[in-house]
Design a protein around this ligand. Structure first.
Ligand code: SAM
Ligand code: SF4
Length: 361
């Protein structure tokens, strides 16, 4: 598979041509009518694991340290985004808990208000060190957490993540389960010949933690570019496996959520499937992404990035209002450039050069 190179860790050329959005206000509506209310903020491309479907074992090209957004820069982008109607910030990475100032990031973002009211702060994490950080994160204003766990078998976990850290992840999940953060979601990428014999066990584990398991179809976003459509476990296969154990009934009212949900034997427990490949949900997408090195992205699979760095840094001597206006324009350009859907299923699909760890899942 070929890909479009994105030079990571280096200054980039500016955003593609788009209309002048100076003086525009109101929500971040794209040319297809979708309003964007969810900003995924990647805090780092570094990680404590090396999941095979996300990062290579070795030889990862890390983002240059000086290009990583600092606390003030993240807060500034978040404030402008909230003023434009963003109501949820999801902190991700890489592993967001590797960021030393993570509690402060949550504290600063949690007090931001959008026109609709206070924003929500969510986090997607591999769970390692979550137990240690959770009390401070909750005190700082964290509203929700999603934890990724693809297997509960020790050796398999080690092979899949290339690190022997299942106990640390389980500890993080136990801490989240004991907290008041709800809904608590556990994410698992379903992989053929790797964990597809464990789907029911994963759901049962989630139930034991009073959490909701969400299976994710494997997407072409691994840094090694080894994704193979014929190997991916599809939504329908996942549902067929679960149907052997439970009666599934679709939960209506999905809205813009990535996961379709089903009740298990009439509820109250549910399971979700995020079928980005076989049942894309682009028509309701309300998400934007900010990479750790200041690039705005309007889609996980986009090969175009909108560079905030010149606005954030070159204008550091400029007027505060000008900088904020520049961020707002860049957000609107990014939204304006959003395509109606991703093209994973097109023959000419080009995988973005960045791996998922550098985009922010
Ligand atoms: N490190 C954190 C974690 O694992 O939860 C946050 C970042 S990770 C990139 C966010 C989510 O993306 C995880 O649930 C992970 O399983 C998922 N993910 C990563 N690469 C993927 C791929 N190629 N296909 C589908 N999901 C992927
Ligand atoms: Fe790290 Fe998350 Fe990627 Fe796994 S999925 S390597 S935990 S960033």
């Amino acid at each position: 598979m070929t890909s479009v190179p994105v030079t990571i860790g280096m200054p980039r050329i500016g955003a593609p041509q788009s209309p002048d959005f100076s003086g525009e206000s109101g929500p971040l509506r794209d040319t297809h009518g979708r309003i964007h209310r969810d900003l995924r903020v990647s805090l780092t491309d570094r990680c404590s694991l090396r999941c095979t479907y996300c990062m290579p074992e070795q030889g990862n090209e890390w983002l240059a340290r000086q290009s990583i957004l600092d606390l003030d820069e993240i807060e500034r982008v978040a404030r402008v985004a909230a003023a434009a109607g963003v109501t949820t910030f999801r902190l991700t990475g890489g592993e967001p808990l590797l960021r030393k100032d993570i509690v402060e990031v949550v504290r600063r973002l949690a007090v931001i208000k959008s026109p609709a009211g206070p924003v929500q702060i969510a986090m997607t994490t591999n769970g390692i060190r979550l137990g240690e950080y959770l009390p401070d994160l909750i005190a700082a204003g964290l509203s929700r957490v999603n934890i990724s766990i693809d297997t509960i078998r020790r050796e398999r976990f080690h092979e899949l993540t290339r690190r022997d850290r299942l106990d640390d992840v389980l500890e993080g999940i136990a801490a989240a389960a004991a907290s008041d953060l709800r809904p608590l979601k556990l994410n698992a990428v379903a992989m053929r010949g790797v964990n597809d014999d464990e789907l029911v066990d994963l759901v049962e584990f989630a139930i034991s933690q009073n959490a909701q398991l969400r299976f994710i179809e494997q997407m072409p976003l691994d840094a090694g570019h080894t994704w193979d459509r014929t190997q991916m476990v599809t939504r329908d296969e996942i549902l067929a496996a679960l149907s052997e154990r439970w009666q599934l009934a679709a939960v209506p009212g999905r809205g813009g959520a990535p996961a379709e949900r089903w009740t298990l034997d009439g509820g109250p427990h549910t399971v979700g499937v995020i079928a980005s490949v076989t049942a894309p949900f682009c028509g309701d997408c309300d998400r934007l992404r900010l990479t750790a090195d200041g690039q705005l992205r309007n889609c996980l699979f986009s090969t175009t990035e909108y560079d905030l760095m010149p606005v954030l840094r070159a204008s550091s001597t400029g007027d505060v209002k000008d900088i904020d206006a520049g961020i707002d324009r860049m957000l609107r350009s990014c939204v304006h450039g959003k395509l109606p859907g991703h093209a994973i299923n097109d023959p000419g699909f080009l995988q973005p050069a960045r791996g998922m760890n550098a985009i922010g899942g």
